[in-house]
Design a protein around this ligand. Structure first.
Ligand SMILES: [Zn+2]
Length: 84
């Protein structure tokens, strides 16, 4: 599943946002390292302050649209010819 990338409010980088259960219009930013942080093997894992923060997802807060049929009644070929 391709996750939308949202701007982190702390570091400003585009970070993948995963879905939040029960909140369709919200996403949770993936955990990520702070900018400029050198990764030391075996060292402590430091996260950016914006990691795991809730953000608004684009285009997910629309109301569901239900398709309305444009024709009323059965199609002409479905009608009983004896009635016409
Ligand atoms: Zn960040």
């Amino acid at each position: 599943m391709k996750l939308p990338r949202m701007e982190c409010p702390d570091c400003g980088r585009p970070i993948a946002a995963g879905p939040v259960a029960g909140r369709v219009s919200k996403g949770r930013l993936w955990r990520h390292d702070p900018p400029g942080q050198a990764r030391t093997p075996g060292g402590p894992l430091v996260s950016c302050g914006g990691s795991l923060r809730l953000v608004d997802l684009p285009g997910r807060n629309r109301q569901l649209e239900i398709a309305v049929p444009t024709t009323a009644g059965p199609a002409a070929e479905d009608r009983d010819p004896a009635l016409f």
